[in-house]
Design a protein around this ligand. Structure first.
Ligand code: ASP
Length: 328
């Protein structure tokens, strides 16, 4: 009897300690800078979204959101790093469609996208544009098609690695255009864009968050947008679908994740700061000018991200398998 009482007392003490530490975390969190891992190079579109939101979130959290670029293997290095990080609320990952394509692309993946993370929220949807180097001898998509057919593998398209959306867009374009252009990997579309601006590569399919300023400055040639309808930010630019690639569509969505076991209080607070940042008038205006669209409120939740990731993982698996695309 005495020992049962002792056990009961010990369990109550443990529960009390847990309750106190959880409450302390809720009150005090965050007490130090928070790392937001970005799977691609600085200056690319994922990085631009992370830094824009990170700066606004820093204001509401009262602690700096530090962007850390962990590049390589189409985003899987950053995801594996985050999955193994201490689940204390101080490491988060922002990733895009790559979270859903990786299980089909990589047969040996060191983490499970659907099981090894806590979900925070979806973030933003961004359309893509097909752009070319300024001196490419094709003035529109029709001429580009003829040029790519004539030049075959000599035409190249830069991308951010196997598993990146720029790669997916390139592979889908190659199939839809029925051309054999070469694809060249970079650590992100930041450096890929630099190569395009320097005239070292011919083409790049990238998010409007990165391409819009270069398009507006006349530094690259714009051949089309990847959405089903034209963009309000680039109203005179036809979609690729209306230029002979019916049904062609690639839209980049983003999610924020934390290592499995991260306290709910941290997830809730980081998620709330994200939602506040997305509604900040300066941030909203900036993202809108770059063609990015904030998803509806029900997607800006842990469940909104989880159900979307599950759906997208199922959608991509047969497409990738049918295309025989493996990254390892
Ligand atoms: N735009 C990228 C992609 O193609 C990655 C990046 O943000 O650099 O997936």
């Amino acid at each position: 009897m005495k020992s049962i009482r002792k056990i009961l007392f010990a369990s109550l003490c443990t529960l009390a300690t847990l309750a106190v530490s959880t409450a302390a975390l809720a009150q005090a969190y965050p007490t130090k800078p928070i790392t937001l891992v970005v799977p691609f190079s600085a200056g690319g579109p994922t990085d631009v979204v992370a830094r824009t939101l990170g700066a606004a979130m820093t204001r509401s959290l009262g602690q700096t959101v530090v962007v850390e670029n962990k590049t390589g293997a189409g985003g899987t290095i950053a995801a594996a790093y985050t999955a193994r990080a201490t689940p204390d609320g101080y490491t988060f990952l922002i990733h895009h469609n790559g979270m859903a394509t990786a299980p089909a692309l990589y047969r040996k993946l060191s983490y499970k996208p659907l099981a090894d993370f806590e979900y925070v929220s979806q973030v933003i949807d961004v359309p893509m544009t097909l752009v070319g180097r300024k001196d490419l001898p094709a003035k529109d998509f029709k001429e580009l098609m003829a040029y790519a057919k004539a030049k075959g593998e000599k035409v190249n398209l830069a991308h951010a690695g196997l598993g990146a959306v720029s790669h997916l867009c390139g592979v889908l374009l190659r199939q839809a255009m029925d051309v054999s252009m070469t694809t060249i990997p970079y650590q992100g579309t930041g450096p890929a864009m630099n190569a395009l601006l320097a005239g070292q590569v011919d083409l790049l399919c990238d998010q409007t968050t990165s391409t819009t300023p270069h398009i507006k400055a006349g530094m690259v040639k714009l051949f089309g947008v990847t959405t089903p309808t034209r963009l309000k930010t680039l109203p005179d630019t036809p979609t690729l679908a209306e230029q002979g690639l019916p049904g062609f569509q690639v839209v980049v969505w983003h999610g924020i994740y934390a290592p499995k076991g991260t306290p709910k209080e941290a997830i809730d607070k980081f998620g709330a700061a994200l939602r506040t940042a997305l509604k900040d008038p300066t941030v909203a205006k900036r993202l809108d000018e770059l063609g990015a669209v904030v998803p509806p409120d029900d997607k800006l939740t842990p469940t909104g991200l989880q159900t979307w990731l599950e759906k997208e993982t199922l959608r991509y698996a047969p497409v990738i398998k049918a295309a025989g695309q493996f990254a390892d």
